[in-house]
Design a protein around this ligand. Structure first.
Ligand SMILES: *Cc1c(COP(=O)(O)O)cnc(C)c1O
Length: 355
């Protein structure tokens, strides 16, 4: 049967009825890729997988939540949605609003949005409100705005977002036959880690998985409220998708971390970029910097033995690498580009010099 998106597939586990008209772009059903070379390099026996959420229609996992949030907004008669965003939520909101024929307002921090995400918000015709502030400032305003204007909030505080996002855990269980031992995620607002835990516990309760995983949340050092134990006022990191100091799902994330015997940890920007580069060069998988935080964490904890050998580990790669071409190009060696004249002789020489 033709795949028609995650609401159609998981209809009986989502808050929709037979009469709900679904706004979908065919999101979900993303590949779970088993890493071959990184575990070898670590010298450890682990089954390490990445769930490549960058292959969703707008290039991030946000589509899983947005198909639900926009479907329910339209069902409820809403004609406009709004979100604060570090970029990917605005890209998803813009695309699904276009699909639904409603307006999208996106509030973004000026100058702190990766280029690909800004392009998406613009080309889909959303109305972009840039603020001279960060995500947390934007979020504060958006939370108050629905009392003053007829717009539906589609940030992850909209409960339908997490309902859609929990389906990633369903897919992993279906593919592996049971939950993995560990699940690693980059954490910003902590909506996604919360949604995954919902998905895992739900499938465990109905007998589709023997177990639930230990949930590991990884942050950037400059934006690590879960490590600090309190809000961070001026979060800063190259991983702009997790440049968040005041996580909206704070309580839920602390609770699930405890329940699953999990932990939080933080990584310097250069460790995050090194993990991103390792994935591209050793495995052929290109994710954006924030996403690579999950793999930086998994690699360190496998190396330290905090994740023991014999474990199965899934890392969520939350967004596609093409979202942020600037950071990708900036970290590559420009001198690796070979400039020659357009002759057979010079191209041949350039090749043979490298062999
Ligand atoms: C939104 C986002 C995150 C953070 O997810 P939260 O639910 O806010 O914790 C991580 N990576 C990427 C690429 C994102 O777009």
């Amino acid at each position: 049967m033709r795949y028609k998106g995650l609401i159609e597939k998981y209809r009986d586990r989502l808050p929709v009825s037979d009469s709900t008209s679904i706004i979908s772009l065919g999101e979900g059903n993303t590949p779970l890729i088993k890493l071959e070379n990184i575990p070898k390099e670590l010298g450890k026996e682990v089954d390490l997988y990445v769930k490549y959420e960058g292959l969703n229609p707008t290039g991030s996992f946000k589509d899983r939540g947005m198909t639900m949030a926009v479907t329910k907004a339209v069902e409820g008669g809403s004609e406009a949605i709004i979100c604060a965003s570090t970029g990917n939520t605005s890209a998803a909101a813009a695309a699904y609003a276009a699909r639904a024929g409603i307006k999208a307002f996106v509030v973004i921090p000026e100058g702190k949005i990766a280029l690909g995400k800004l392009a998406q918000a613009m080309i889909h015709g959303s109305i972009i409100i840039q603020i001279k502030g960060n995500f947390d400032d934007g979020m504060q305003i958006v939370k108050e705005i629905s009392d003053h204007a007829p717009v539906t909030i589609v940030n992850s505080i909209n409960p339908f977002r997490l309902q859609g996002q929990k389906t990633a855990a369903f897919e992993i269980i279906e593919e592996l036959g049971s939950a993995p031992d560990y699940h690693c995620l980059p954490v910003g607002n902590a909506g996604n880690i919360t949604a995954h835990w919902m998905g895992y516990t739900e499938y465990h309760e109905i007998g589709k998985s023997d177990s639930t995983p230990t949930m590991l949340g990884y942050q950037a050092e400059g934006a690590a409220p879960f490590i600090k134990g309190s809000r961070v006022d001026n979060p800063e990191t190259i991983a702009t998708a997790i440049r968040i100091g005041n996580p909206q799902s704070w309580d839920q994330a602390l609770k699930l971390s405890k329940e699953s015997n999990g932990w939080f940890d933080a990584f310097a920007d250069k460790e995050i970029l090194a993990a991103q580069k390792m994935l591209t060069e050793k495995e052929g998988v290109f994710c954006e910097p924030a996403s690579a935080t999950s793999v930086a964490g998994a690699m360190r904890d496998i190396k330290l033995g905090k994740i023991p050998e014999g474990s199965s580990v899934v890392c969520t790669l939350t967004g596609h690498g093409l979202k942020d071409p600037d950071s990708a190009i900036a970290q590559c060696d420009q001198s690796a580009m070979i400039n020659v004249n357009p002759t057979l002789e010079e191209v041949k020489k350039a090749i043979l010099d490298q062999m």
